[in-house]
Design a binder for this molecule. Structure first.
Ligand code: ATP
Ligand code: MG
Length: 468
């Protein structure tokens, strides 16, 4: 502490003579002693003695006045470091109350109680003021050096306490800043981890789709050939059988004309044994069913090809989306008319750049799914659309069964279906997902079991931004 800054002392005592004594002790006439010291060092060649520290002493003659001085000093930004307070002051506050009031306004103030005798026991006083570590007692009559040393050490203590407090709050601020920086860093890290997780799962998803796409394309290609000859063979078989039927019919009619009765009986027996009538009836049905079946297989192959994006020879066109939706609704009308009413909440849409037949396919899948989600009760399918910035959006909402949360993550997976065998291939949504992604758009779903499901498709109006 080489340059003490605050030597301001307040004396509160109702006896004027005490003030004179303190003034002599704490504010000696600098001229006398400093001159003497200088002469002494000049005469004897010794280093000058440390000049007695000079204090700034203010006087108050009662507790209230003392508090007034303290407040005034504080308001000027020149607080006292130390107060000497007389214990016994018959008018107004006594010493204990005065100290209490002073500390209420300035807890940093160092205090010395001056007393010859007290109305309190010391323990009582220290307890009352909670002053075990900040209150000194100076018993009258006092020694000059005692007063001087108290003033010296306590003003220094005041300054050290102040510095400690400043350092403490600086430290606290630094800790707070560090904590804030750490929290921010950890939030940023967490965000990065989350983003990475999301990217990873998207990557896994797209890799899964890509490999399934390749597999599907391969399978579709392999199956296409046999489907081709099976269905053309079935066509030929159907045709040939019609001739055979005629021929057999002719044989049956000719049967009675066979002269050899044994042979005639044999033919009749054979006809009954093989149930010729039933065969003639059933074979065309079997052929028809097989043709239907192979028709379905080739539809699946076409879907698979679309899904894997082979065969994509289509052209990008500017299209009125609403018109496409309406024509799609017409195509699937038979699928939905017994299950749901269709409500259209359309708004004006700009034409968008797209592959129209593929977008129609998306709408068809969503509408058919919505119809299939209805239970026994007739439901409602609501079609909405709108524009948002550079995108248009379509929503297909139903009040059907809803999708349970654990299925929700899988519905875009190829072959995921909850429908009975023969009714669903589980390709509808994965195809739709692929198509929407090809358009640089997005498809999302909200669903609540027992309430319904809403699919939302967002598509950019422009496919490629023109430079500039
Ligand atoms: N609107 C909906 N309401 C309830 N569940 C739905 C809805 N749309 C899709 N799902 C669920 O998602 C599954 C997958 O749908 P997706 O269209 O891909 O296949 P699918 O309808 O089962 O068969 P496909 O469309 O190939 O005939 C459905 O089986 C069904 O469980
Ligand atoms: Mg479907």
């Amino acid at each position: 502490m080489n340059n003490p800054i605050n030597r301001r002392v307040l004396l509160i005592d109702d006896t004027p003579a005490i003030h004179d004594d303190f003034r002599k002790i704490l504010t000696p006439k600098t001229g006398d002693s400093a001159d003497l010291d200088a002469m002494e060092s000049a005469l004897f060649g010794s280093a000058p003695k440390n000049a007695t520290t000079v204090f700034e002493l203010d006087s108050a003659y009662g507790g209230q006045e003392g508090l007034g001085k303290l407040l005034e000093a504080a308001s000027k930004g020149q607080p006292y470091a130390l107060a000497f307070v007389d214990m016994r002051m018959p008018d107004g506050w006594d010493g204990a109350q005065t100290i209490e009031e002073l500390w209420k306004h300035d807890p940093l103030l160092q205090v010395v109680v001056c007393t010859a005798y007290s109305d309190y026991s010391w323990d009582e006083l220290l307890d009352r003021l909670n002053g075990h570590d900040r209150l000194l007692i100076l018993k009258k009559p006092f020694d000059n050096i005692e007063v001087q040393q108290m003033a010296n050490t306590l003003t220094t203590k005041w300054e050290m306490t102040l510095r400690a407090q400043l350092q403490m709050s600086e430290l606290e601020e630094r800790v707070e800043q560090r904590t804030l920086a750490l929290t921010q860093a950890s939030t940023a890290l967490q965000r990065e981890i989350d983003e990475r997780k999301l990217l990873e799962s998207q990557l896994v998803q797209s890799e899964k789709l890509a490999s399934l796409g390749q597999l599907a394309a391969g399978v579709a290609h392999e199956i296409n050939n046999p489907i081709g000859f099976i269905s053309s063979n079935l066509g030929a078989l159907d045709n040939y059988f019609k001739h055979l039927q005629e021929m057999l019919q002719a044989y049956v009619s000719a049967e009675d004309g066979v002269a050899a009765s044994e042979l005639r009986d044999q033919l009749k027996q054979l006809r009954t044994d093989i149930e010729l009538d039933f065969l003639l009836e059933d074979i065309p049905l079997l052929i028809k069913e097989s043709k239907d079946g192979i028709g379905r297989v080739s539809q699946i192959v076409r879907d698979l090809k679309d899904f894997s994006r082979v065969d994509s020879t289509q052209e990008w066109q500017w299209t009125d989306l609403q018109q496409g939706i309406d024509s799609t609704l017409n195509i699937v009308a038979a699928e939905i008319k017994y299950k749901a009413d269709v409500v259209k909440e359309y708004s004006e849409l700009p034409e968008i750049e797209c592959l129209p037949s593929q977008i129609n396919q998306v709408v068809m899948n969503l509408v058919v799914n919505a119809a299939q989600a209805m239970g026994n009760q007739r439901g409602t399918i609501t079609l909405r659309n709108g524009v948002e910035g550079e995108n248009v959006w379509i929503e297909v909402a139903d009040n059907g069964s809803g999708i349970p949360p654990d299925s929700l993550q899988k519905i875009f997976d190829p072959f995921f279906t909850t429908k009975p065998v023969g009714q669903g291939t589980g390709l509808g949504l994965s195809l739709s997902y692929g198509i929407v992604k090809k358009h640089r758009g997005d498809i999302s779903v909200r669903s609540e079991v027992g309430v319904g499901t809403t699919f939302r498709v967002e598509l950019p109006v422009h496919q490629s931004r023109k430079a500039g």
